[in-house]
Design a protein around this ligand. Structure first.
Ligand SMILES: Cc1cc2nc3c(=O)[nH]c(=O)nc-3n(C[C@H](O)[C@H](O)[C@H](O)COP(=O)(O)O)c2cc1C
Length: 273
């Protein structure tokens, strides 16, 4: 089994890299092969939104290192992702890659579907965790990965994480879990799908914006909890992803073709300036 470690921090031997390296040691201990790539060593240009990769199943016209990275991701049997928390979110390089990875979401056969993954997000300050892990979940779940563990580790200076024995143990365990495909019992979090604790209130119901599942708050034995209506019917199932593609994305092609003339006409006033 070949496991790819991806580091989303420009800090060489920073906390994300230390966490991923420790997890990869766990992979090797469990008999797997490893490779580590630092995303920041590669050029990842923005997605131009041409949709050619999914509508025409053509090569991306943007020339940079993304095709190489996506190929590495597709070829690996499992993934360990380490990305730092930057300003309450995952470091931007992950989003740059995520936007360019859309073909792995929709074009059959999906190469990462059902493969095991683990994610580690270093952060610096309690209370400043924000949405970073939710963003990492979106990346992994959109590619169809089966997340065996995900957690945040508190560490600030570059490489400090290596001094945190407990965090290092969990990283190593996460690596082993990716090889054996076994979920961590510590994978908690209130959402039963993405295991994050970020919710919206919509019409007095609770919604996980990552997974698009609804529930309501209940009181059980004097404790508040959320009862979800149907977590199995979340946005990431193969069926719902296919429906999204057919019902929401594909029709936009015909619609755009029919409106193109009108749009061009109305755009003239901007082009003159
Ligand atoms: C630009 C920037 C923004 C950051 N924003 C946050 C933040 O919002 N919340 C937080 O807890 N830590 C934040 N941190 C701290 C990092 O998450 C922390 O230092 C982490 O260990 C860095 O991991 P690395 O060594 O892999 O880069 C920030 C660090 C930088 C450089």
């Amino acid at each position: 089994m070949k496991v790819l470690g991806l580091v989303g921090s420009a800090r060489r031997f920073g906390n994300s890299e230390v966490a991923v390296r420790e997890a990869l040691l766990g992979v090797e201990e469990a008999g797997g092969k490893t490779e580590l790539l630092r995303l920041t060593d590669y050029e990842i240009k923005p997605c131009t939104g041409c949709m050619r990769c999914v509508f025409k199943v053509e090569e991306c016209p943007v020339k940079d290192d993304t095709a190489f990275l996506l190929d590495k991701i597709a070829q690996a049997d499992g993934l360990i992702l380490g990305v730092p928390n930057y300003i309450l979110g995952a470091a931007g390089i992950l989003k740059m890659l995520a936007d360019r990875a859309m073909k792995l979401m929709f074009v059959e056969p999906r190469p990462t579907l059902g493969k095991p993954a683990a994610a580690i997000v270093p952060f610096g300050v309690d209370g400043w965790e924000g949405f970073a892990m939710a963003q990492v979940s979106i990346f992994l779940l959109s590619l169809g990965y089966r997340v065996v563990d995900q957690f945040m580790i508190r560490c600030q200076g570059p490489g400090e994480a290596v001094l945190d024995d407990m965090a290092m143990r969990r990283c190593r365990e996460a690596g082993k879990r990716v090889v054996v495909g076994e979920r961590s019992p510590y994978l908690s979090g209130v959402c039963p799908v993405c295991h994050n604790n970020i919710f919206e209130i919509v019409d007095l119901r609770v919604r996980c914006p990552v997974c698009d599942i609804y529930g309501h708050i209940i009181v059980e034995d004097g404790r508040l909890s959320i009862k979800f209506d149907d977590p199995a019917d979340n946005r990431w199932t193969e069926e719902n992803m296919a429906k999204h593609f057919e019902r929401n994305m594909l029709p936009s092609v015909e619609r755009y073709i029919s409106l193109k003339g009108q749009i061009k006409e109305k755009l003239v006033k901007y082009r003159k300036k």
